[in-house]
Design a protein around this ligand. Sequence first.
Ligand SMILES: Nc1nc2c(ncn2[C@@H]2O[C@H](COP(=O)(O)OP(=O)(O)OP(=O)(O)O)[C@@H](O)[C@H]2O)c(=O)[nH]1
Ligand SMILES: [Mg+2]
Length: 576
Amino acid sequence: MHRTGCGAPPSYDGCRTVDPARYTPPPMATLTEDPKVVAASAEGVAAEVRRRRTFAIISHPDAGKTTLTEKLLLYSGAIELAGAVQQKAQQRHARSDWLAMEQKRGISVTSTVLQFEYAGRCVNLLDTPGHQDFSEDTYRVLTAVDSAVMVLDAAKGVERQTLKLFEVCRRRGLPVLTFVNKMDVPGRDPLELLDEIERVLGMAAVPLNWPIGSGREFQGVYELGSGQILRFERLSRGERASLVGTAALDSPALDKLVGERPARELRDAAELLRGATPAFDRERFLAGAQTPVFFGSALNNFGVQPFLEALVDLAPSPPPRESDRGIVDPETSGFSGFVFKIQANMDPQHRDSMAFLRVVSGRFEKGMAVDHPRLGRRLRLPRAHRVFAQERETTEEAFAGDVVGLVNPGLFVIGDTVSDGLGLTFPPLPRFAPEFFARLRPETTDKNKAFQKGLRQLEEEGAIQVLYETGAVRREPILAAVGELQFDLVQSRLEQEYRVGTRVDRLPYTSALWVRAQAKQEGELDWPLRGVMRVEDRSGQLAALCEGRWVEDLLIEKNPKFELVRIVDERSLAAS
Ligand SMILES: Nc1nc2c(ncn2[C@@H]2O[C@H](COP(=O)(O)OP(=O)(O)OP(=O)(O)O)[C@@H](O)[C@H]2O)c(=O)[nH]1
Ligand SMILES: [Mg+2]
C-alpha cells in the first residue's frame, strides 16, 4: 500500500479552521510530546479532524471523474504514474476503476475510496459511478462526505445525471466545487457555462481561474486571485506534467508565453469578468449558495494541480452531524460512525467482505469496544484498514472525516451506526425502489454452493435485492435491481469472484410492493389474477411484483386492510 496514507504521527502544519465563529484553534503539538498521546488528547483529536477533507467526485457518466481522480492522486504524490480509463497497450488502469467490469467497459460501476495526504491535509476522496443504474451507491456515498466536486464536460455543461446528483447535494447541504473538464476539445463558451450553472442549478458560479484558449489551443489557466498565468505542456503516458511558465496578465511576457491572440482574448475576458462575476465568498460557498469554478483538462493534466491546491484549501473539514440524539460534534464528541458501503473480494488475497465506515466524530482506536444499536450489543471493533482503491493497510487509529474499512464477518449491514457509548443512531441511508426484475440461474448445477454464497454476498452489499417466488417448486432467485446494468454487474462478479457462469432471464414486472401482514393473515389477501407475482425475501417478508402501475393500484384497492408499502425513493425526493 501507499506511503501517503493518513496516519499518526501527524504534522499539524497549516490546519485551517472552517468556521472561525465556531472553533478556536487548539494549541499546536510540539515534537517533544509522544505523538500517540497527543493524537488521543482533545486538542490532538480537534487538530486531526480539522485537517480532514472528505469529498465525493460526482457527475453524469463520462465527464471525467475517474480521470480527474487519477490525476489528483498523481499530483498529490500518492501515485507516481497515472493510469487511464481506457488503456492502450502497456498502460495502467486508473486506480479507482479496478473491477473487471469497469476495466472492460471503461465505466465506473461502484464507488471507490482513496485516502492520501496532501499539503498537511488528510484527504478522503470517493470516486463515484455516474451511470444512473448505480446511483444508489453514489447517493449513499453522498451521505458519507462533507463536500462534492462536480465535474462538467465543457462541451456538454450540466447534464441530466449531474443535475440529479446536485439536487441531492443541495438537500444534504453539501458545498460543491466545480471542475469544467475536457477543455482540450472544442467546447462551449466558458461564460455560457457559468450562466448555465447559475440558471440550472440556481447558485452563483464564481470562476477562480479562467482558461487560456480552448480546444486544441487550450494552453493553461489564468488564476484570478493571484493574477498568475499558468501555462502547461502536453505530455504523454500519464506522467506528471509540466508547468512551463507563468506571467502576469498585464506584462508583455504574457504575449510571448501564450501568443498574441490568446493574450488579447484573455485580457478581454479578464476585463469582462471583473464586472460580471461576484467575488468568491467562503461562507456562501459553505452554505451552498456559490460554487467556485475551475477549468482544465484531466486527461492532459492541465489545471489539475491548481485545482488540487484549491480543493484541499476550500473543501470543509467535517462539520457537526445530526443523529437521533441531536447534533454530534466531530471534535468534542466521543467516537461515532456509520457504515455506508459494503464490498467483498476487493483483495484477491483475502476474499473477505469490507464494511466502509465513515467516522463522524472523535477518534477510532484499534480494538476499541463500541455499541452496535441494531444488534443491541457492545462489541470490539475488528481491525480497521486505510483504503486506497483495491489496496489496504491496517491502521491503529482514525479520526472524524475518515473512511475506514472494517473486515466484516457479517456484523455490519449498510446503515449501521456504531459509537463509543453515545447511544445514538444516524439517519437511515437512501434505499431505491427496484424497477427491474430477472430470474438468475447458474449455468451448471455443480456450482450451487459458490452460486449461493456469491449471491448472498452481493445482496449484503446492497447492489441488488434477492427474492423468491412463494410456493414455487424450485427456489430460484429473482433479482430486483434499480437499473438493468446491475444484472450485468452481478453476472460479471459471480463469474470473476466465484467462478460461476449464470443466465439472466428478464421478467416483465416494473415495481415491488412490500406486504405488511402477519403470517396467518396472508391467506386473506386478495390478489389480482394477472400481472402480479407473489415473492418473499430471504427472511420471509412477503412482497408483490407488479406489472405496471395499474396492477399496483388494483392490489392496494383490493386490500384496504393491509399495509402495502412502496419503498421510499430518494430519486423522487430529489426531483420534488
Ligand atoms: N479529451 C479529453 N478526454 C477526457 C478528459 N478527461 C477524461 N476524458 C475521457 O473521457 C472518458 C470518460 O472518462 P472517465 O474518467 O472514465 O469518466 P467518468 O466520469 O469517471 O465516467 P463514469 O465513472 O463511467 O461515470 C475517457 O475516455 C477519458 O479518457 C479530458 O480532459 N479531455
Ligand atoms: Mg468513473
